[in-house]
Ligand binder design. Structure first.
Ligand code: NAD
Length: 440
């Protein structure tokens, strides 16, 4: 099929590449000329393991193209995916400016029946909103062209996005149109044959499934983080609590790892957005709202703990390991590390930070704090002469860190392990003043 994907970010680019791998002819459209130039030069604008090889192969075989030319990308597509950002507006609701622009562009350009697929995470009712915006443009053109708008939310995880798109847990398709449904089945033929579970539903249910899923995961993390705060006080071990809880099939062990709070481009904004949707419809989303405030509290607790245990951080040098919101991505959006770094700097600390991939983005996100932060080339440089190490993101390379050498390089001996990476290693406790999360 001839498919255009609008937006070449973490979702659109991976989606475009994988759809071409499924054998479709794909054009990836973006307004960011730099991104498109870089893609046309074979350079990925994001870090996503495993993506480059599949992208190169499909470009070489003529199934995948990148452009900023809207007419070229939209006029002949049978299917158009919208995969642009839906960032939070001032009040926390989803800002649909980019989605609306896509709808207008589609309305101004389509020539024949087109299936428009919303992959961006959007509030319930956005399908109607997109449909009306396209109709409006068609009316302006005096064009009578048939189209359908389908909801097909994305559940990929950054860092594991290629596998998640090749082997998704499920594919959700929301449409009331039989014709559009047939097209969607053709697009995902490969997954259908491979027995991937499909959920066919109406558009509004599909839109809500995405928010409900992310809100549930955010609640689950906040729940175990709250248990961790209590466990530290009563002398219990949250890792063991989570392990035992997870043995119950109704609970499952996934997403029960306590830490510095959730971050990233999805959970913080999607939880806020669903609370706002609730307000709009007069429904108090109190459980999700509690998760949001628990998450804010969790990040503050991390800062307070470091300050308390070190007897203040004024004039101290703190090594931060890991800035990206999780391992295997360069995405720093709403990462807990940002709040922790800001909090420590505001209390007088100097930061030496190292992240395998997130440094570039962190530099501009922490622009106002730049005089207090040195970005280092590796963990060795970051920890040299530091009073404390704070491991914020559990990149695999930090798991094998040589603890004796680390201690020798440091001035002090504080180790705050916010991901419990070394909590089962007895050496860490003899070498350092060691503080894991949710246990002694
Ligand atoms: P992103 O910010 O990485 O990428 C968005 C891209 O869209 C950018 O390259 C931008 O230049 C482009 N764009 C904006 N307006 C455009 C327009 N009018 N025409 C063409 N291109 C345009 O965003 P993302 O992380 O890929 O997220 C996209 C959507 O998918 C969001 O709604 C997000 O909530 C959702 N989502 C994200 C993830 C994730 O892990 N990142 C997972 C599931 C769902």
């Amino acid at each position: 099929m001839k498919i255009t994907v609008i937006g070449t970010g973490y979702v659109g680019l991976v989606q475009g590449v994988i759809l071409s791998e499924f054998g479709h002819k794909v054009i990836c459209l973006d307004i960011d000329q730099k991104k498109i130039d870089s893609l046309n030069n074979g350079i990925l604008p994001i870090y996503e393991p495993g993506l480059k090889d599949i992208l190169d192969r499909n470009v070489l075989e003529g199934r995948l193209k990148f452009t900023t030319d809207k007419e070229y990308a939209l006029q002949n597509a049978e299917v158009i995916f919208i995969a642009v950002g839906t960032p939070p507006a001032e009040d926390g609701s989803a800002d649909l400016t980019y989605v609306l622009q896509c709808a207008k562009d589609i309305g101004q350009n389509i020539k024949d029946y087109t299936v428009v697929v919303n992959k961006s995470t959007v509030p319930v009712g956005t399908g109607d909103f997109v449909e009306n915006a396209i109709k409006e443009e068609l009316k302006n053109r005096d064009a009578n062209i048939e189209f359908d708008v389908v909801s097909n939310p994305e559940f990929l995880r950054e860092g594991k996005a290629v596998n998640d798109c090749l082997r998704p847990d499920r594919v959700v398709i929301g449409t009331e149109s039989e014709k559009a449904l047939d097209t969607m089945k053709k697009i995902y033929d490969v997954l259908y044959i491979n027995k991937t579970p499909f959920v066919f539903t109406n558009r509004r249910t599909s839109e809500m499934i995405k928010y409900a899923s992310n809100a549930f995961l955010a609640v689950k993390i906040s729940f175990i983080n709250e248990m961790a705060l209590l466990a530290e006080k009563v002398g219990a071990n949250t890792q063991e609590i989570a392990q035992a809880m997870g043995m119950d099939g109704r609970i499952s062990p996934k997403f029960l790892h306590c830490g510095p709070g959730y971050g990233g481009s999805c959970f913080p904004k999607d939880t806020k957005a669903i609370v706002e949707i609730g307000k709009e419809y007069g429904e108090d989303m109190s459980v999700v709202a509690a998760a949001i405030s628990a998450n804010e509290k969790q990040k503050k607790k991390m800062i307070e703990k470091i300050i308390k245990e070190m007897n203040g951080v004024e004039g101290k040098t703190i090594c931060i390991l890991g800035i990206s919101f999780k391992p295997d991505t360069d995405d720093v959006r709403d990462a807990p590390s940002l709040d922790i770094i800001r909090g420590l700097v505001e209390n007088g600390a100097t930061i030496k930070a190292y992240c395998p991939k997130g440094t570039e983005e962190a530099e501009w996100r922490l622009e106002n704090y730049k005089n207090h932060i040195t970005y280092c080339k590796d963990e060795e440089e970051a920890s040299t002469n530091a009073d404390a190490v704070v491991l914020v993101t559990e990149w695999n390379q930090f798991r094998g860190i040589n603890l004796e050498e680390l201690k020798d390089r440091m001035k002090g001996d504080f180790y705050f392990d916010l991901r419990n990476v070394h909590s089962k290693n007895s050496k860490v406790r003899s070498l350092f003043k060691y503080f894991p999360v949710g246990q002694k």
